[in-house]
Design a protein. Structure first.
Length: 92
């Protein structure tokens, strides 16, 4: 079974790809959250293979907060607190 189909209903993890998120939330919830985080990932050609944790690191966001925010989509979230935590750009 292809990975994207198998993981569609499972727990969102750092290894979940951007493409899997787009498939899991066909009404645009994932792409809307990416827009709030100022991520162009929904339109990027690399979204097929890029895991959520790598996208977080690439965009200088805390991976744990990003995963928490995307997990919250399953319950109708994320909350404003989760979005603020996920949007926090860490200094290098």
């Amino acid at each position: 079974m292809p990975r994207s189909i198998k993981n569609r209903a499972g727990l969102i993890r750092g290894s979940t790809t951007i493409e899997e998120l787009m498939i899991r939330f066909p009404n645009g919830e994932a792409s809307d959250l990416m827009a709030r985080l100022a991520w162009p990932c929904a339109h990027c050609s690399g979204r097929r293979d890029e895991p959520l944790s790598l996208a977080a690191k690439r965009h200088n966001n805390p991976p744990w907060a990003i995963v928490e925010a995307f997990r919250a989509l399953d319950a109708g979230g994320p909350s404003e607190r989760q979005i603020v935590a996920a949007a926090n750009k860490s200094s290098r």
